[in-house]
Design a protein. Structure first.
Length: 206
């Protein structure tokens, strides 16, 4: 079936060219809600549901920015249908809010950044999830880990060492093989194949 027969028209963008998953924002996030988030972030880098105390989150943002991490925080009530919706929302917010955007729900987190790699973001996210709605705790953990450099585990170190050992053994074997070939050249054919040995030179039979 052709796409244009379904009544749905697909526009190929940089995003859709590499991923077929459509962007899905949490329920209730229309253009009006996004405008409210933008206005709420403007003063202290924090956007939360109406009535929530932002002072602790604002202090976390201010401290992170003082350490060179341009952090912005958005907090939602509850959890969306899928955790990927938080990352989609963070990406939408990043359209007008530069730096690193972190969106927290009760148990999940979605991030995006124009200066921090995805690997480092996800490393920081790992310990910031499942706080049961304690967004201040989750945000503090995230900010603290973003200030650090991800460490390499012993598993990765062991793999690298083993790979190096295998390469070293292989290289040593190759060097020995080359030396053996140079020391013991292959036997050559008889340079005078048509000349028979002189019978007179053979020892007399007993």
């Amino acid at each position: 079936m052709r796409l244009d027969q379904t009544g749905w028209k697909m526009t190929v963008t940089h995003t859709s060219a590499f991923s077929l998953r459509a962007t899905k924002l949490p329920d209730g996030f229309d253009s009006k809600a996004m405008a409210e988030v933008r206005a709420d972030l403007a003063d202290n880098g924090v956007a939360t549901p109406e009535g929530d105390d932002q002072s602790e989150l604002a202090a976390i943002v201010a401290d992170a920015r003082a350490k060179g991490i341009d952090l912005s925080i958005v907090v939602l009530d509850g959890n969306p249908g899928h955790d990927s919706e938080l990352r989609d929302l963070a990406t939408e917010v990043a359209g007008f809010q530069h730096g690193t955007v972190a969106v927290f729900s009760d148990d999940w987190i979605g991030t995006t950044s124009d200066s921090i790699s995805r690997v480092r973001l996800e490393w920081a996210e790992d310990k910031s999830k499942f706080t049961g709605g304690k967004s201040e705790q989750a945000a503090q953990t995230l900010a603290h880990r973003l200030e650090q450099t991800p460490t390499v585990g012993w598993t990765e170190i062991t793999i690298v060492l083993l790979a190096g050992l295998v390469l070293a053994i292989g290289g040593l074997h190759w060097v020995k093989s080359r030396r053996a070939a140079d020391t013991y050249p292959p036997a050559t054919a008889d340079p005078h194949p048509g000349i028979a040995e002189d019978p007179a030179l053979e020892p007399a039979a007993r």
